[in-house]
Design a protein around this ligand. Structure first.
Ligand code: SAH
Length: 265
């Protein structure tokens, strides 16, 4: 049986119900790469913190400030201490998200980043999505119920008004710890009905769900997974232009959030 054949029979957990309403005051924007973060930091005019929020010596980075009456925090896991590259992937994303939620008690999390897109599902380079669902594609545990745990499918916090106001695209996001895609991953991504593929989203949704914080996802497409260009080449080629588009979209999202209740999204 394919890992998520049973998904439709099980009620998926939603990331915090709309009944738990409040005015949005503190925002946590989690990002994987510095190149994705800087356009947002610049647009929102945020300043680097003194590092006291996180355990001493970790590479985690936080920029913060007040923007349109919102306490905005942009965080990312920083560079790997040994290799000097961005600490992408689910482990560092989970850790920094957990620590940031504990320290900042945000009303809402936005996971912003780049993603691969599937052209069979209508994705084009530069498109910006607000995913409706997230799931994993590389956690195969072929034992009843553990299979569903592995897939870890979750609905994102529902934002119909935001979607309408900003005219962003909607689709499902599938997460795994590899930039490339094995044939097994491909099957799981199809089973997840995903339009997008990234390396952090479903992990951040897991942590947000664990600590009962609503989370939304803003993902900009850097590369077409089912196209003819090699993913890593296409990713690097489009990174600058697409992170600029991501910065613009995240700013529009934050503008929309200003002064709103969670129930007005
Ligand atoms: N080669 C890059 C490595 C970045 S990994 C470099 O040299 O800088 C890719 C990052 O972008 C991850 O944080 C992931 O979430 C996102 N991403 C973009 N396209 C992706 C794809 N096709 N599959 C998985 N993740 C992708």
């Amino acid at each position: 049986m394919a890992p998520n054949d049973q998904t439709s029979e099980v009620t998926q957990p939603a990331l915090v119900s709309n009944a738990d309403d409040r005015r949005i005051s503190t925002l946590l924007i989690t990002i994987a790469m510095q190149a994705e973060a800087m356009p947002i930091v610049k647009r929102l005019d945020l300043k680097k913190d003194d590092g006291s929020l996180f355990p001493e010596g970790v590479s985690w980075v936080r920029y913060h400030g007040t923007y349109k009456n919102l306490n905005v925090n942009v965080i990312w896991p920083g560079k790997d201490a040994n290799l000097g590259v961005d600490s992408v992937g689910t482990i560092s994303a989970s850790l920094v998200t957990f620590a940031s939620i504990r320290a900042l008690k945000p009303d809402l999390i936005i996971n912003a980043g780049t993603a691969g897109g599937f052209k069979v599902k209508g994705a084009n380079v530069g498109d910006v999505y607000l995913p409706s669902d997230v799931a994993f594609h590389d956690r195969r545990i072929p034992i009843p119920v553990f299979d569903l745990y592995g897939v870890g499918s979750r609905k994102t916090f529902s934002t119909p008004e935001l979607l309408k106001a900003l005219n962003l695209k909607i689709g499902k996001l599938s997460t795994g710890d590899s930039l490339d895609m094995s044939p097994e991953d491909d099957k799981s991504i199809i089973a997840n009905d995903a339009t997008l593929k990234d390396m952090e989203g479903a992990a951040i949704a897991y942590v947000a769900d664990l600590l009962k914080v609503p989370a939304i996802f803003v993902k900009a497409v850097t590369d077409i997974v089912d196209g003819d260009k090699p993913t890593s080449e296409e990713f690097l080629q489009n990174l600058a232009a697409v992170t600029a588009a991501l910065g613009e979209a995240v700013t529009r999202v934050v503008d929309f959030l200003s002064g709103k209740l969670l129930s007005q999204l």
